[in-house]
Design a protein around this ligand. Sequence first.
Ligand code: FAD
Length: 392
Amino acid sequence: MSGAPQAPTGAGLDVESGRLLVVGGGLATARLCSTLRRKKFRGPITVLSAERRAPYDRPPLSKDVLLGKRDDTSLPFDVEKLDVEVRLGTRAVGLSTTDRQVHLADESLTYDALAVATGAAPVRLPGAGRQLTLRTLDDALALRAQLRPGARVVVIGASWIGAEVATAALAAGCRVTCLEFQPEPFAGALGEDVGALTRSWWDDVDLRTSTAVASVETDGVHLGDGEVVPADVVVTGVGVRPDLGWLEGSGLATDRGVLTDTRARTNVAQVVALGDVAQRWSHHTGTHRLAEHWDEASTVAAAAAGALLGWDEGPEHDPVPYFWSDLFGRSLQYVGAHAPDDDVHVDRAPDGSLGRAVWSRQGVLSAWLGVDARPEVVRARTTVGRPVTELA
Ligand SMILES: Cc1cc2nc3c(=O)[nH]c(=O)nc-3n(C[C@H](O)[C@H](O)[C@H](O)COP(=O)(O)OP(=O)(O)OC[C@H]3O[C@@H](n4cnc5c(N)ncnc54)[C@H](O)[C@@H]3O)c2cc1C
């Protein structure tokens, strides 16, 4: 087992009668349940989901839903056909791996195998003022209702969520201010030099970089220097964090997420973790990484299902990371994983802004970002880890 603390060897779930408990009701869960049934697992599956909705897709929330193009982002998840018991509005509050029990507020459930797929939750800033975040469909519908012409919308964070929210708010006729701690937009994700080339994308936004937010109060956003930025709507988009509180004392190895190997196995036999909650080992980077992207949560199910059915036998999962974002009328694709000190080569788009960024280390492609360059993404993805010259 690479990376994560070695899981004890163990047998797989009995395909006829093994009891699987899945905590979390998002994309990773939907994919895991359907993969297990496809693999002829016939034992009982119980899904616990803190949300009151069946699994749905989140990327459209900050795009089509905010733009008013759709309200329903349900994922294919036919409870009857899959023969899954789904308990909506049910939050796991504790885990005991020694007696294989998940604790709810008023009862405990016993399992033979457990899948932890609880995703991540938005980071909130201090203060008593109303601060919207965007993680659930209800969040998106609540925010959309606030995006009225002329409304003063203050977005905190100039990265993916901030830019997508700003895009929707502008489309709705709002006056948009974006407050960013770093000197350039997207600096945290792409580095300052690359981020600087996206400045013109924000032309219709009052973008204030190198700006520290102290708190969100009822009269607006309070900055570190004492200034108050008035707002009708405040949206905080400063990142997400897996909620690991309910796993305390469980014996599961955690860091920023639940540590897993490339088969989604944790350090405890018969417990897998997948999707945004997992900090999975990657041979590409030689580290445990939080992926926090749709592609990972969608495709890791095959490895997790394999591990559940044959603990030491399942396929490995370590794809070249991929994510996309749609913002300011542009479509971005990113593949790979760059380190801050990688070499970066940038091509500009016809308007002078960012067109492509290519990161490499000692001549080997580590990551590629394309703006409105979708046809190139497959080639870029297959070239990651190979000489950067092969991209030419
Ligand atoms: C607005 C938005 C836009 C995005 N856009 C993109 C994009 O453009 N491209 C991209 O690649 N990715 C994007 N993502 C990320 C992508 O959606 C996630 O990576 C993916 O949803 C992760 O799936 P998951 O199943 O791991 O977690 P989630 O989808 O978060 O599901 C986890 C579920 O577990 C539930 N839960 C949490 N704790 C408990 C508990 N203790 N007990 C029971 N249930 C619990 C949660 O309520 C939630 O329903 C976006 C995400 C958001 C929020």
